[in-house]
Design a protein around this ligand. Structure first.
Ligand code: PHE
Length: 341
């Protein structure tokens, strides 16, 4: 009888030790100690033994029950420790890893350039002025001393508003020169960033809708040297001290003398490259001393006051600053492009 218990104990101990999971341990507990378990059955069989053997056998079975319970408990505890260690390992989190940056938008490159231009001229005491996109021939041409037969007035170049005679989409921000001078007395210093419209075919450097930033400075004794100094200072602030600026004689009806001005190419330093078409220079826009006729048109005395004005192609400045070779990229809203600025 006791031999039978020893065999059972040895087998049970081996099986308990071999359990790989807490569920297996539970399985064995049921198998040995459950209501229909092996030990329970053994205890039930006590009644079939001779009376003299019953107490000793019962005690032996109960002692075995105690030892198996202890073995099962130990194994369960060992396994649950290992299981939770495994779970902890699987859920391990390295809090020292850099976080994932949330996707955040930012200013469009054109807006960034607008902000920079405005900032630089604020520093020189300029304020920002504005005017309507839909303006009239007087502000866009007549007041700016543009002859009635000037080619820019042509319907091939200018968008006129249907059924509204004399109304047009402004072709340049020079309209704001007129509006500002009509509203204020000198001295004045303004810039006027804004949208302009021309009947241009779309290509890598032209769009029918684009932006300019006008500038106007009127006071007593303003000279062409002030214009040169102002635009040179601007170029250095925007693109760094190495940039050179070049003025070429030109003609605009509203300035006399007139110039076109170029910045030395920031990509090749002026040596000549693909971006500047080997010339070493990048064209920015026009400028000049305000024509006396313009002063007369707004009621300023050209004998008392002088001034200079300039225009600036804002897309052109952005393309130059960021090395963008196609103006259309600025308007396609492609995040892969915009993310780079
Ligand atoms: N309005 C001119 C243009 O659009 C630029 C300019 C502005 C020239 C002011 C002289 C003075 O080309």
């Amino acid at each position: 009888m006791s031999e039978q218990l020893t065999v059972l104990e040895t087998a049970a101990a081996a099986r308990i030790a071999a359990c790989a999971q807490a569920a297996d341990v539970e399985q064995l507990r049921i198998e040995y100690l459950g209501r229909k378990g092996a030990l329970t059955e053994l205890l039930k069989s006590v009644s079939s033994l001779p009376a003299a053997q019953r107490p000793a056998f019962g005690a032996a079975v109960n002692a075995l029950k105690g030892r198996l319970t202890a073995l099962l408990d130990q194994r369960r505890a060992a396994l649950s420790g290992a299981e939770s260690a495994r779970a902890l390992e699987a859920e391990r989190l390295d809090v020292s890893l850099p976080g994932r940056a949330p996707f955040a938008g930012h200013r469009h490159p054109l807006s960034q350039v607008f902000a920079e231009i405005t900032d630089i001229f604020h520093g020189l005491g300029y304020t920002v002025a504005g005017g309507p996109d839909v303006d009239d021939e007087w502000h866009n041409f007549d007041a700016l001393n543009t002859p009635a037969d000037h080619p820019a007035r042509n319907v091939q170049d200018t968008f006129y508003i249907k059924d509204r005679p004399g109304q047009l989409l402004r072709t340049h921000t020079s309209t704001v020169q007129i509006r500002t001078m009509m509203a204020q007395r000198p001295p004045l210093r303004i810039i006027a960033p804004g949208r302009c419209y021309r009947r241009d075919a779309i290509d890598a450097s032209h769009l029918p809708v684009f932006h300019q930033c006008e500038g106007l400075y009127v006071d007593r004794g303003v000279t062409l040297a002030d214009l040169k100094a102002t635009l040179t200072y601007f170029a250095h602030q925007l693109l760094g001290p190495k940039v050179r600026i070049r003025f070429r004689p030109h003609f605009f009806p509203f300035t006399e003398p007139s110039v076109e001005y170029d910045f030395s190419c920031i990509f090749c330093g002026g040596a000549g490259c693909r971006v500047c078409k080997q010339s070493g220079w990048l064209e920015i826009s026009g400028a000049g001393m305000v024509d006396p006729n313009v002063f007369r048109n707004v009621g300023y005395d050209p004998e008392a006051y002088s001034g200079f004005a300039w225009g600036m192609g804002v897309e052109r400045v952005a393309m130059l600053k960021y090395g963008i070779n196609d103006i259309r990229l600025l308007y396609q809203g492609d995040v892969r492009f915009l993310e780079q600025f």
